[in-house]
Design a protein around this ligand. Structure first.
Ligand SMILES: [Zn+2]
Length: 131
């Protein structure tokens, strides 16, 4: 005889009952005594989906892979950040990022891209003064 899963909507519990296919018994919830609804049994078709479908496993694997890649990218970004970038204008070294920005501006280059470096430099200087 096949197994059927019955679910109580009120208690949100699932109970397994065994009876003939032709039978359609009214299974009552052991907790609240309400008639339970029969769930469409996946095992009846020969497929057992307990513990998640293979599709979910694949999705989870992909997500984990993605997370791993994101972590690696972040680590590389951090490495690049911690690496000391000397103040320069198109490869020509300057004394400070503020100087580099000035030179870039005078040369008619995009000096806005230097702003984050200049800001960082300012913060560093403040830190030095404070300590
Ligand atoms: Zn119930």
């Amino acid at each position: 005889m096949p197994n059927y899963d019955y679910r109580c909507q009120k208690c949100d519990i699932v109970e397994e009952h065994t009876h003939r296919i032709s039978e359609n018994p009214k299974i009552k919830c052991s907790k609240c005594k309400k008639t339970m609804e029969r769930l469409i049994s996946l095992s009846a078709g020969g497929f057992i989906f307990k513990g998640g479908t293979p599709a979910i496993h694949d999705r989870e694997k992909r997500l984990r892979k993605k997370r791993g890649e994101e972590l690696r990218v972040k680590q590389e970004e951090r490495k690049a950040e911690s690496a000391q970038v000397q103040p320069n204008v198109a490869g020509f070294q300057t004394d400070s990022w503020a100087d580099a920005q000035k030179v870039a501006k005078e040369a008619g280059m995009d000096d806005k891209s230097y702003t984050p470096f200049v800001e960082k430099e300012k913060k560093k200087k403040i830190k030095v003064v404070q300590s």
